[in-house]
Design a binder for this molecule. Sequence first.
Ligand code: ATP
Ligand code: LTN
Length: 335
Amino acid sequence: MFKDKKVVFSGVQPSGVLTIGNYLGAIKNFKTFSDEYYCLYCVVNEHAITVRQNPAELRKRTYETLALYMACGLDPEKNTLFVQSHVPAHTELGWILDCYTMFGELSRMTQFKDKSAKNADNINAGLFTYPSLMAADILLYQTELVPVGVDQKQHLELTRNIAERFNQVYGETFVVPEGYIPQTTAKIMSLSEPTKKMSKSDENENAVVRILDSKDAIIRKFKRAVTDSGNEIRRGEGKDGIMNLMSIYGAFTGKTEEEIEREFDGKGYGDFKMAVGEACADALAPVQAEFTRLAADKAYLESVMEKGADEASRLAARTMSKVRRKLGFVELGRK
Ligand code: ATP
Ligand code: LTN
């Protein structure tokens, strides 16, 4: 609890241009907590290096991700927006929590298995211990609520287990957090393989719609989206592609699945895909305009980073001091 408010924390990796999966599954929901909670939203660049990154790109994406947070409606006066590497307490607590996380637990993480398969030549220790750094991000701020897509559910469960284990050994130290997972947009699927999650680091550009894609690109990608051989816009077995487009359309228009089925009754996939593309492009247009304005002002973005890092560091220091004391680390009184 900071300033008498419960804490919300979430993070996005600057590992590529954000997709509508990141937007609908996570960022779009972030601002709904700003009034009631103390919100911290982090650009988790230390997580991003578990996969090889080009330094210039990583730097650029870090500014970009912060600008996108703001373009999606997060006011830096009402939310603490910051970059993970500016607050060294994340890696400090990450190491400590590594010592309270079991090898067997980490071995069961599906994201580790997926990313190891994708990066077979770079299965590094950081990729393996990634979930304990994520736990540190969350527990450092005594977070109550973590808005994420459903792919992060397993990491959140592990975070809870780590917190409970630590509390059991040392007495109440960490708040045990809950996940906040949206209902219909918890997992937006790839447009090329609709049984796979849409992922910003996918190499196939046709599989992902990015928040910053032009209207033409968005419409073209939806037109090419893989569907089934049928022709009805309905939910059902084997209709993963259509159901994915229905969730996307519903999220951008506010329409329910029943309303969408009625609207497109008797119409074909072509009409439907066009409508999804239009709705998506229209909804993203204001975000893109705001992004363009913000991204041009690097000095401003750095001032936001600076303020965010100061706020986050101050809060992190409280938890760290408690943790060090409990562990038996000698603390010196020097300033
Ligand atoms: P990468 O491809 O680099 O692993 P990613 O696209 O999976 O990246 P992250 O930065 O790992 O994105 O995730 C940021 C947030 O977006 C997380 O809360 C995650 O759950 C959510 N998210 C990511 N992809 C989707 C998706 N397809 N549908 C819904 N939510 C998603
Ligand atoms: N693991 C997440 C990104 C992430 C995160 C966090 C999300 C890192 N730290 C803390 C919520 C809270 C991912 O891969 N999507």
